[in-house]
Design a protein around this ligand. Structure first.
Ligand code: MEV
Length: 326
């Protein structure tokens, strides 16, 4: 057994199709160059000790499933990592004390797939430490199982992207890889406003029930963006991709999931020269994403910062889960 393994996996953004995907329309998501890093050491104690450095929380968990108080903030952060370890140990019928250190470049609870990136890197690192030879398919599946226990109804997008990297098309539970013709220079703007995906999905549902004849076409129109975006992604046509992001944002606004904080960051990004900008994820707060010419990333980031957002300069990453050190 190695003395230490470090694994990493990327975060993600939804480029087009949030909310409409809930009603069977397609969505496109991509991996980001921001990653979560997990270091695993074997431990002679029987416990699984988890230390999330960025959040200053650390605790010991048992190697068997046990009830914990997930209302406690510390456990909320660490439980998914423990669950990821249990998935590997159970899958491989292994007993092994572990010491785990998590460091992430992906903000938590911002719709950027941070928990899946941590779960995937934990599973890959633990798998490699105990020499389990887990395939990427198994890593993704175990991460999905871990996410299911913690988040109840994950779509499968986050664990797939964190494992395989690149871009994926998601429709009715099917996930297919898509080809990208050119790098995508992106700036994310985090409003810092926490939101509940569940509440926002319910908000759209009740709007749809109240105004079925108006809202259903809006959802279908978001779906119509996706084939055009696929063509533009394939051709590396950034101006068209930006325009389609702006249209998608207008339709999301009509669904009631945009906010003043989101709009402020979007208009700041567009005024600073972005090809287009939209909210990403559930809305109600969380993050925006702007597609920019490569030379304007800094200017757009500064504009987002001036409006009170936390900018993250990034791009698409073709690199999925990776063993960094063994
Ligand atoms: C949230 O990241 C994306 C939504 O479409 C919800 C979902 O697909 O489960 C709003």
């Amino acid at each position: 057994m190695s003395r230490k393994v470090v694994a990493s996996a990327p975060g993600k953004v939804i480029l087009y199709g949030e909310h409409s995907v809930v009603y069977g329309e397609p969505a496109i998501a991509i991996a980001l160059s921001k990653r979560a890093y997990v270091t695993v050491y074997p431990s002679s104690s029987s416990a699984i000790e988890i230390n999330a450095l960025d959040y200053g929380v650390k605790t010991e968990f048992p190697q068997e499933r046990a009830k914990i108080n997930v209302e406690h903030e510390k456990f909320k952060i660490l439980q998914p990592i423990w669950e990821a370890c249990l998935q590997v140990l159970e899958y491989t019928s292994t007993k092994q004390g572990l010491k785990i250190i998590v460091k992430s470049q992906i903000p938590r609870e911002a719709g950027l797939g941070s928990s899946a990136a941590v779960a995937v890197s934990t599973i890959a690192a633990v798998g490699s430490l105990i020499e389990a030879n887990l395939t990427p398919q198994i890593i993704s599946k175990l991460a999905y199982e871990a996410e299911k226990i913690v988040h109840k109804t994950p779509s499968g997008i986050d664990n797939t992207i964190a494992t395989f990297g690149g871009a994926v098309l998601f429709q009715k539970g099917n996930i297919t890889k898509i080809q990208i013709g050119k790098n995508l220079p992106l700036v994310i703007g985090n409003t810092g406003v926490k939101r509940s995906t569940k509440q926002l999905v319910l908000k759209v549902k009740s709007l749809k029930e109240k105004y079925e004849d108006i809202v259903t076409p809006i959802i279908k129109n978001i779906g119509l963006i996706i084939p055009k975006a696929l063509k533009a992604l394939n051709e590396g046509d950034l101006p068209t991709l930006g325009e389609l992001m702006n249209i998608n944002q207008g339709l999301l606004d009509a669904l009631g999931v945009s906010t003043k904080d989101i709009a402020k960051l979007i208009y700041a990004a567009r005024s600073a020269g972005a090809y287009g900008a939209k909210l990403t994820g559930a809305g109600g707060g969380g993050c925006i994403i702007a597609l920019t010419p490569p030379e304007k990333q800094n200017k757009v980031a500064e504009a987002i910062k001036r409006e009170g957002g936390e900018p993250i300069i990034t791009e698409i990453s073709l690199k999925g889960v990776k063993i960094e050190e063994k």
